[in-house]
Design a protein around this ligand. Structure first.
Ligand code: AMP
Length: 192
């Protein structure tokens, strides 16, 4: 049975970095709704035009839109041997939607990797990322103001997703304050 893994954690926890590193060790496809939305914004599609302002402010794009993107991606064979989801699901409605979608395909989420990083460390990470990245390459939402909105959305709308998966006994807790290499090693050990 194809099974999928969710990388869970606050903004700037290192989910994207870890998704690429973990995917390189196996056959899962890194699947980031944030990357898909940024591509839509860059291509100026109707979806991108709708999402740009919401993303820049740090708010969440609506569940129906996100489920449409993920449904299309899986249906078109975007993750043939399973997805390593990064930044999805971000609401309980998305988690329920994903279970329903995968259930119809005879697939499931097998584990949820919870990367734990305290808020004050996230803020200092974003500040150093801003200092180190030329303006043209910066993400539109890489600002202390947008991070604060993203953190509120995370605590209010996304943390309940963890409880949803804890009830299914799927959550693996990882200390995300370690070095990048040590976080990868901890995740691989927990998944083994
Ligand atoms: P990320 O790259 O995962 O930090 O996502 C960047 C932005 O895209 C978020 O702040 C949201 O505005 C939007 N976004 C990405 N994934 C989702 C999702 N699963 N649900 C709602 N909004 C999302």
């Amino acid at each position: 049975m194809t099974s999928h893994i969710v990388l869970f954690g606050p903004p700037a926890a290192g989910k994207g970095t870890q998704a690429k590193r973990i995917a390189a060790e196996g056959s899962l496809t890194p699947t980031s709704t944030g990357d898909m939305l940024r591509a839509a914004v860059a291509e100026d599609t109707p979806l991108g035009q709708r999402a740009a302002g919401i993303m820049q402010a740090g708010n969440l794009v609506d569940d129906a839109t996100i489920m449409g993107i993920i449904g299309d991606h899986l249906a078109s064979g975007g993750a043939p041997e399973g997805a390593l989801f990064d930044g999805f699901p971000r609401t309980v409605a998305q988690a329920e939607g994903l279970d329903a979608l995968l259930g119809k395909r005879g697939e499931k989420v097998s584990a949820v990797v919870n990367i734990i990083v305290p808020d004050e460390i996230l803020l200092s990470r974003v500040e150093s990322r801003i200092a180190e990245t030329p303006e043209a390459e910066r993400r539109a939402d890489d600002s202390p103001e947008a991070l604060k909105v993203r953190l509120v959305a995370y605590h209010e709308q996304t943390v309940p997703v963890l409880e949803y998966y804890r009830a299914q006994d799927k959550v693996l807790d990882i200390d995300g304050t370690q070095t990048i290499e040590a976080v990868t090693a901890s995740i691989l050990a927990a998944l083994a």
